[in-house]
Design a binder for this molecule. Structure first.
Ligand SMILES: CCCCCCCC(=O)SCCNC(=O)CCNC(=O)[C@H](O)C(C)(C)COP(=O)(O)OP(=O)(O)OC[C@H]1O[C@@H](n2cnc3c(N)ncnc32)[C@H](O)[C@@H]1OP(=O)(O)O
Length: 201
């Protein structure tokens, strides 16, 4: 095993983020391409070769949350915020001083449900992460216990803004609300109960 450089976070980001971004472009092009079958076969061979090379050394199972020596978390396989996960948009969550959170994210062809619109499961995924992030306390992770999502209107693919905030705490439970909106208004609203498992609250 190679020794990790001191600034593992920045090093890892510099090495893997461009690859992830390229694969995101590949996913989009795979969905939307109209090239002929010869080109498709050629690209498939290239992709297979890329997968073979990357697979020469893999972590045994999923990525999990790896930590730098100075304790910085790298949840880089995460389905929605993962820096090394091409199926993650990725969501970049910003935090306000009051603990509420927000994000702006561009969602294209890979996240389609109804034609031209965001898949409802993707909306729920974004809201789960946003509400979870505002409920989160350092060293006291809160798991989603219940997430209720109300789809008010179909959300067009494209730029989406999300927000979430805590409304109250009750022992190990934190109640949070949030929504997704775009230029057409508020499209999806959610409320969630986040529970800190016994012994960790
Ligand atoms: C920055 C981080 C962002 C993270 C965002 C992403 C979050 C996720 O996606 S997490 C993954 C999805 N969630 C899960 O896998 C959770 C699976 N469930 C569990 O692990 C457990 O059932 C868990 C942790 C929710 C509760 O377990 P446990 O600690 O044993 O709860 P328990 O002691 O029975 O109950 C504690 C309290 O919570 C309540 N509660 C328990 N489960 C739930 C639930 N599912 N929904 C609502 N309330 C619940 C109980 O009623 C009880 O309330 P009270 O104190 O008023 O009596």
């Amino acid at each position: 095993m190679e020794e990790r450089p001191v600034d593992e976070f920045d090093y890892g980001r510099a090495v893997y983020e461009p690859l992830t971004q390229s694969v995101r472009q590949l996913i989009d092009a795979t969905i939307r391409t109209e090239v002929g079958e010869d080109t498709v076969a050629k690209v498939q061979a290239l992709v297979d070769e890329g997968a073979r090379l990357l697979s020469e050394r893999l972590v045994p199972e999923s990525f999990g949350v790896q930590y730098t020596r100075d304790g910085r978390g790298m949840p880089w396989g995460n389905a929605i915020i993962g820096l090394r996960n091409p199926i993650a948009p990725p969501l970049v969550i910003e935090r306000n001083r009051d603990g509420s959170v927000w994000c702006d994210v561009e969602l294209g062809a890979a996240y389609e449900g109804p034609p031209g619109c965001l898949h409802g499961g993707i909306s729920a995924l974004i809201l789960d992460q946003l509400l979870g992030a505002t409920a989160h306390r350092p060293a006291q992770p809160a798991f989603t216990g219940t997430l209720t999502v109300r789809y008010q209107r179909p959300t067009r693919l494209g730029r989406v803004h999300g927000e979430a905030r805590v409304v109250r705490h009750d022992g190990v439970k934190t109640y949070a609300v949030g929504h997704l909106e775009n230029g057409e208004g508020i499209m999806v609203v959610a409320e969630g109960v986040f529970v800190r498992p016994a012994g960790r609250a």
